[in-house]
Design a protein around this ligand. Structure first.
Ligand code: BES
Ligand code: MN
Ligand code: ZN
Length: 489
């Protein structure tokens, strides 16, 4: 999909489909009024017939409007004062679906009102194009939207609109990459597959470098915790490191550490069978790091970012971790594995210790870490836990302004005793209470040397049910955060 912004007269615009917003005020908005005038009242005539033309979630394809556009689509946005980014983006998505159904693959949006939702509109337009049919023998024949153009009502806004559209597109493309990696099944998307995808992403890109560590190299580093998870699998674990250098060499990087469990059966503490297929999504943290790294490259963000992805499978096997096993992490701390299904923290702790070598300005780990987080927050917000209030506030704000929200939970010291072990420095589970918090408390023991935040995306990374699929979250949150750090928003 291509995006652009221009300043042109709406009535003389050559486009396959002109999308005109309508508000439930008497004037229905400037663009509506303008086209109505130019079409000698054709729009108000249509509005008289279609009483709900301006109502939210209404979309009307009009004929006989007699302007240069091949098709005219009025999208109802309801009360102007109630409009927000989510409603606008949903309206645009509906309109684009209707335009595509009518045969258009290029649309122009009259963007004249006091709305600043271009980024969100581009993201939702891109979502209407997303199909995952990589594993189907008959491919989708749906024609994707190829071009999306915002027609500004004032020339002075074109530059800012173009920038927002480009940012939206980079985020949307990052989400598409994250979704596809997430949707791929565990037998295709293995740790080696992810490592190859990371090498592919860096190919030909001057500012991005990928390094892959194999199991022998991880063993030398002392990553006994990470490797203990992988021992139960025939697929070798990989530690994927992506370094994006868009800022000054002296600038400390932001590190993104993504859980890359390409399939989580639970190990010897095996999961129940129902819904176990969804554990192919246990690498969605890693996928969001891929999406963010790609978007940084696409936007040439003036910032340094390191992506670190520990990737493994978690399966039952004669050589797998057993409850009661004790392993030594790269940090030297020992861990009693009381539940082999709490494997995410076991691979993340070594990746976090490894991240120290980049002397990061801040570290954010992203992980489908606990079912308890779905119980607490559902699919609306990602769980956020942090050892630094300013970093936490920045991430909350990035979530709010991107619509990809997070909600903070505490990691008070008082919770730490839930991780006490009789035989090792700590246990890998903290009992039935506050499961998301004790998981984060475990990670907190490996992140004392830097500013750190943890995003538990178990509820937000994919949709369950009939429309099952990866969501591409939290790429929008991460990119909003990185763009703010890079001072481009
Ligand atoms: N990958 C799961 C968490 C998960 C579960 C994400 C369901 C999305 C949906 C993680 O590895 C896990 O199994 N966590 C356990 C931890 C428990 C054993 C302390 C959980 O949440 O049950
Ligand atoms: Mn697990
Ligand atoms: Zn897991």
């Amino acid at each position: 999909m291509q995006v652009s912004a221009t300043f042109l007269a709406l009535d003389t615009l050559k486009t396959q489909c002109l999308i005109i917003p309508a508000f439930s005020s008497s004037s229905k908005g400037d663009a509506f009024k303008y086209i109505d005038l130019k079409s000698k009242g054709a729009l108000s005539k249509a509005a008289k017939k279609l009483k709900n033309i301006a109502e939210l979630n209404t979309c009307s394809l009009l004929t006989d409007i007699n302007i240069s556009a091949q098709r005219t689509l009025v999208v109802g946005l309801g009360k102007a004062s109630d409009l927000n980014a989510k409603k606008y983006a949903a309206g645009i998505a509906n309109a684009i679906k209707a335009a595509k159904a009518a045969g258009a693959n290029e649309v122009s949006i009259a963007y004249g009102e006091d709305v600043s939702f271009i980024k969100e509109a581009v993201i939702s337009a891109s979502e209407t194009n997303y199909v995952f049919d990589d594993c189907k023998s008959t491919k989708s024949t749906a024609k994707p939207l190829a071009k999306l153009r915002f027609v500004m009502s004032e020339r002075k806004n074109v530059k800012a609109a173009t920038k927002a559209a480009d940012q939206g597109l980079a985020i949307a493309n990052g989400m598409t990459l994250a979704k596809t990696l997430g949707n791929l099944p565990g037998n295709i998307c293995t740790p080696t597959y992810l490592a190859d995808a990371a090498s592919d992403l860096a190919r030909g890109k001057r500012k991005l470098k990928t390094t892959i560590l194999n199991e022998a190299q991880m063993k030398k580093l002392g990553m006994g915790s990470l490797l203990s998870v992988s021992r139960g699998s025939r697929q070798p674990a990989k530690l994927i490191v992506m370094e994006y250098k868009g800022g000054k060499a002296s600038q400390k990087p932001i590190a993104l550490v993504g859980k890359g469990l390409t399939f989580d059966a639970g190990g010897i503490s095996i999961k129940p069978g129902a819904g176990m297929d969804e554990m192919k999504y246990d690498m969605c943290g890693a996928a969001s790091v891929f999406g963010a790294m790609q978007a940084c490259v696409e936007l040439e963000l003036p910032i340094n970012v390191v992506g670190v992805i520990p990737s493994s499978e978690n399966l039952p096997d004669g050589d797998a971790n057993k409850p009661g096993d004790i392993v030594t992490s790269m940090s030297g701390q020992t861990i009693e594995i009381l539940n082999t299904d709490a494997e995410g923290r076991l691979i993340l702790c070594d990746a976090l210790t490894y991240t120290e070598r980049f002397e990061p300005a801040a570290v954010i780990d992203i992980a489908t870490l606990t079912g308890a987080c779905i119980v607490a927050l559902g699919d609306q917000a990602s769980g956020l836990m942090a050892n630094d209030d300013k970093l936490a506030d920045e991430l909350l704000e990035a979530g709010q302004s991107s619509g990809d929200r997070a909600w903070r939970l505490p990691i008070w010291d008082e919770y730490q005793s839930q991780l006490d072990s009789n035989f090792a420095d700590m246990a890998n589970i903290g009992g039935p209470k506050a499961g998301s918090i004790t998981a984060a408390c475990f990670l907190a023991r490996y992140t004392k040397k830097f500013k750190w935040a943890h995003l538990d995306i178990a509820g937000t990374a994919w949709k369950q049910g009939a429309a099952k699929g990866s969501t591409g979250r939290p790429v929008p949150l991460l990119m909003e955060f990185l763009m703010k750090r890079a001072r481009v928003v």
